[in-house]
Design a protein around this ligand. Sequence first.
Ligand code: ACO
Length: 416
Amino acid sequence: MSLDVRTVTASEYPDWMRAVQNGFLTPGSPSDEAVAERLEDTDLSRVLGVFDGGRCVGTFSSFPQRLTLPGGSTVVADAVSAVTMAPTHRRRGLLRRMMTDDLAAARERGEAVATLVAAEYPIYGRYGFGPATWSTEWEVSVHRAGLDPRRSGQPADGGRVELVDGADIRTYGPGVHARLAAVRPGIVSRDERWWKKHTGVAARSPYEKWDEPFYAVHRDADGTVDGLMIYSADDKWNDGGQPVNTATVRELIAATPAAERALWLFLCSVDWISTVRSGTRAPDDLLPLLLPDPRAARPVTHTDWLWLRMLDVERALEARAYEREASLVLDVRDTSGPAAGRFLLDASPDGARCAPTTRSADLVLGAAELATLYLGDESARRLVDLGRADELRPGAAELADAVFRTGRRPWCPDVF
Ligand SMILES: CC(=O)SCCNC(=O)CCNC(=O)[C@H](O)C(C)(C)COP(=O)(O)OP(=O)(O)OC[C@H]1O[C@@H](n2cnc3c(N)ncnc32)[C@H](O)[C@@H]1OP(=O)(O)O
């Protein structure tokens, strides 16, 4: 029977969601309620499926996503999600067909970049994606952190931490997130469903497991909520009858460093908690260094996180901010892809111009390598040393680093 690769109709959507769920190794089908809720905010023209004899065996979708760039401006990214292939149909080039169609449509719509969070590292490099942010998770041994056990856990600057309900997180969360998104590259937009899902009131697919967490907010000295945290705790006692519980952070975002510090120190002061798992943080998160003994925070995971694909190099490079004035000629290699070309980037703190050029190149690099530099996380010098970029003008890698890199590393806390 021939395979059909195409967009999905509303009546096929339940089977498509079943295929996503099975592809993510959860048997069974999602509830009618979960399907109906997802369908409400889904643009079916961006949902692709592979059908074999009427059954959905492959899935792919994309949606518009605002991505914060260095300097706080944003671009609309083509966010790729729900990529699966049934084990009966893998390695026949079907993902490649859906990816090719989706990226062409995104380019047509004028989107400058595509984004995704990769399930496995080896999948997406072949499509021109490169890791643009990284993520680190720490495990803090609270009793080794050097914190005074008699402290209250509340900040001394007039701010305060309050325990709240999920409804409060839905009220305050979008505002805190918007303030963070205005300053931190790598942050991606969240819709209303994100807040419902993470506070337990959205209909869930069986693979989206849920148990009720604790919720906390930080208020500044004026009473404005400027940070929030969602965390769970287990219930463990050692043979000596002492509590040895782990608090696991599901979400901790803050609009100010003071709020971020206060939330971490609060969590490290909760009685019975001897271990704090940080959840996925930027590699330069404040957490380890705000402890008197940072070695109490042991990195347990360090991994690539947000992957990015350049679709329109000129628009993408003009959209972000640069802290210094410099001119760079980048020769971007992208086999039959939309990012290929030689571009002159004239960057300055007042804005940037990027246009095709015939001038000789300073750096030669692939589209995936440019994607890794774009949000400021990677070093051009390191790419040259790895043999993944060529420096044709001496000093060009250092200049690229001075132009592209950011003070704080980009961070994407979301999975989508
Ligand atoms: C953004 C997200 O949704 S991330 C989630 C990704 N999904 C998963 O991990 C679920 C489990 N995996 C799968 O369902 C499938 O393996 C998929 C969807 C990742 C790949 O689908 P396929 O249809 O098998 O991919 P396709 O046949 O088009 O392969 C294209 C190329 O990628 C390679 N490839 C695909 N998946 C992988 C992988 N997991 N690891 C290594 N290489 C891979 C193939 O070997 C092939 O290489 P080639 O172009 O050099 O010949």
